[in-house]
Structure formats: structure tokens, C-alpha cells
Design a protein around this ligand. Structure first.
Ligand code: GDP
Ligand code: MG
Length: 342
């Protein structure tokens, strides 16, 4: 997905007259209609979102002298601080194809060669993964969104819906977090801002029944994409995992192959704790991809690589701000360039 499917219809709400591009209530009208970083293209947009991580890694940019043990130790430390995680750092620095070995072999002598070395190694690690969102052969395509409360699930659903709408899809939301009234309310507000439909259930009703109703309505209305929100209590909660499994079963029974994606939302500012959350979800339910949020608010952007490494679940989308356009497909090449751009 994330390519033009057909002529944009229905029209996404006019940013001049609708607050749809504002995620924060306090944003001034019109201010978010055309977020400034966007004008500078997707790469600059990503670069701005990663500013905090970049700031941390910046001391590596100006390296000039010959490489030595001290500098290697410093590089290692910076990568740890940026949350690349022990295994990634080990691979990048100590491993057979790592920086130290390349230095010992004389392939790298100058410190300024280090950045290019790290960039190419990181790109190579991620290049073979398929990061596109899967689509159903026939609509509706169904995306199930899971994650612990506060990670940015509902916001990401709104952003994803916005993207799919822009690509010309008809989008429907299902509020299967029936546990908290506020969750349904929040998603309903989003559906209104985006000008799309939403399926809800009674408070504390069976979340799977809301998912069921969502599919029925998607079929009736010729919906291209159905996005299902779910509850997000503690990831160790057995009932939550049972609920999620049941929702998956209902979706799969109604539409063969559904959900096309089970996307787990992780908060990038949680660093290595996000990985522990993901390990539990991965064990309990089939997670096909990760939405990593709040990369704009953290110096720990390296967690993207740690996730790929440790979990073998691809990061498919990244959140880099609070506005609707601030959810972008994860492009390893662009990401690495943005991280190490001077
Ligand atoms: P949920 O409980 O998982 O549904 O989380 P919400 O969608 O309600 O988001 C929790 C908070 O995180 C809200 O204040 C969002 O605006 C904020 N948020 C979500 N994604 C991002 C992001 O990519 N960047 C920033 N800076 N904030 C985000
Ligand atoms: Mg929510």
C-alpha cells in the first residue's frame, strides 16, 4: 500500500476549513494545513523528526584524526546511548564484519571514513526486508492495531487512515477497544475530522463483535481498508491477549487471509522497554509489523535497528510528530541517511 490506488475519492477534508490535519487541540487554525518540514520533502521531514537522535550522534560527524581505540570506544558509547542495543553495537563494532576488524585490516584508517562504514553496514542489514503493507486481493483490506495504552495507537490509526484516504481509499474504523469509553470517544472524534465512518459497540461489549460488525459494514459500503483499534491494557494481561486472539479469529473467519497486517504500536521513547513489550505480543499474537511512534521525541532512534535485530519483525511505519502527515513508511536507506546527515 502507500501508492496511489485510484483517483482520490472521497476527497479528504479541506485543510483550510477542517481541523483534520491537527492532532493537537491547541494548534492554531491553518497552522497545520501545510506543516513546514513537508515543504522540504520527505527526507528533510524525516531528518527533522530524528533531530534528537541526530544531536546525540553528532559528535561522530566531525571526526578527522586517525582512528584509535579511544575513538572506537566513543563510537560504541554513542551507539549505545542512541539505543541501537547490545547486539547491534556488537555487530557494528566488534563482529567479523565490524568496524574494529575493518580498521585492523587497514580498510579504514581515518575517522571520517567511519560514518560511511556505519551507514553502509546499517543499510545492508535492513535492505532485504519487505516493509510494504500487505493488501487483500479483494477489498476490504483489514489492519488490526495493537499496543499498550499511551504508545500512540489511536493517533497512529488516525494518521494511517489519513494516508490511506490520500491514496484514494475508502476507509472505515472499528473501535474494538470497548473497555474504555474515552477510547471510543477519541476514535469517534478522529473519524469525524477525517470524514470517515466508524463502527462502535456498547461499553464493555465483546470487542470481537465490533470487529465483526466492522467487516459487515465494510462489505456493505465497498470499503477498501478497515482499521481495527483494540484495547491496550498491560501487555502481560492474559485477558487482553485472549481478546486480541479472538478478534483475529473473527476477522479471519469473515475474510480469508485477514487481518492482512497485525501492527503493533511501540513508543520509541521507551527504548529497550519497547522491545520487551514487543516480545510478549509476538509470543501471544501474530505480529506482522511494527509502528514505531514518537521518534521525534527521543534521542534513542537507534531502537529501530534493535527491533529489527532482536525481534525479526519489520518496522513498517514510523511516527515522527503529532500532525496527521507525521506517520511515514519506514525506508531504511532514508532513515540511515537522515540519522547520520551532518
Ligand atoms: P494510545 O493510548 O496508544 O491510543 O495513544 P494515543 O494515540 O492516545 O497517544 C498518546 C500520546 O502520544 C498523545 O498525546 C499523542 O499525541 C502522542 N503521540 C502519538 N504518536 C506520536 C508521535 O509520533 N510523536 C509525538 N511527538 N507524539 C505522538
Ligand atoms: Mg487509544
Amino acid at each position: 500500500m502507500f501508492k496511489k490506488k485510484k483517483a482520490a475519492s472521497p476527497e479528504p477534508p479541506d485543510p483550510e476549513t477542517s481541523p483534520a490535519t491537527e492532532l493537537v487541540e491547541t494548534a492554531k487554525p491553518g497552522e497545520a494545513a501545510e506543516p513546514a518540514p513537508r515543504k522540504r520533502g520527505a527526507f528533510a521531514f524525516l531528518r527533522a523528526g530524528l533531530e534528537k537522535t541526530r544531536a546525540g550522534l553528532r559528535s561522530l560527524f566531525g571526526l578527522r584524526e586517525k582512528l584509535d581505540e579511544n575513538t572506537l570506544a566513543r563510537i560504541e558509547e554513542e551507539l549505545f546511548v542512541a539505543d541501537f542495543g547490545p547486539k547491534m553495537v556488537e555487530q557494528l563494532i566488534e563482529g567479523e564484519a565490524g568496524l574494529r576488524a575493518a580498521w585492523k585490516r587497514g580498510e579504514i584508517e581515518q575517522q571520517d571514513q567511519v560514518l560511511e562504514f556505519l551507514k553502509s553496514r546499517l543499510k545492508a542489514m535492513l535492505s532485504h526486508k519487505d516493509l510494504s503493507l500487505r493488501e487483500a486481493p479483494q477489498p476490504p483490506t483489514i489492519y488490526l492495531i495493537a499496543g499498550v495504552n499511551g504508545t500512540g495507537k489511536t493517533t497512529s490509526i488516525a494518521k494511517l487512515a489519513h494516508r490511506l484516504l490520500e491514496e484514494g481509499n475508502k476507509v472505515l474504523l472499528a473501535a474494538a477497544d470497548t473497555f474504555r469509553a474515552a477510547a471510543v470517544e477519541q476514535l469517534t472524534i478522529w473519524s469525524q475530522r477525517l470524514g470517515i465512518g466508524i463502527v462502535t459497540g456498547e461499553a464493555n461489549s465483546d470487542p470481537a463483535s465490533v470487529a465483526f460488525k466492522g467487516v459487515e459494514r465494510a462489505r456493505q459500503e465497498g470499503i477498501d481498508c478497515l482499521i481495527v483499534d483494540t484495547a491496550g491494557r498491560l501487555h502481560t494481561d492474559k485477558n487482553l491477549m485472549r481478546e486480541l486472539k479472538k478478534i483475529r479469529e473473527v476477522l479471519a473467519r469473515k475474510v480469508p487471509g485477514a487481518p492482512q497486517e497485525s501492527l503493533l504500536v511501540l513508543d520509541g521513547t521507551n527504548g529497550q522497554n519497547a522491545i520487551q513489550q514487543a516480545e510478549v505480543f509476538k509470543r501471544e499474537i501474530d505480529v506482522s509489523g511494527i509502528i514505531l511512534t514518537k521518534l521525534d521525541g527521543t534521542a534513542k532512534g537507534g531502537v529501530v535497528f534493535a527491533i529489527h535485530e532482536r525481534l525479526e519483525i519489520p518496522v513498517k511505519l514510523v511516527g515522527i510528530g503529532e500532525q496527521l502527515p507525521d506517520l511515514i513508511p519506514f525506508d531504511p536507506g532514508q532513515f540511515v541517511d537522515a540519522l547520520f546527515e551532518k
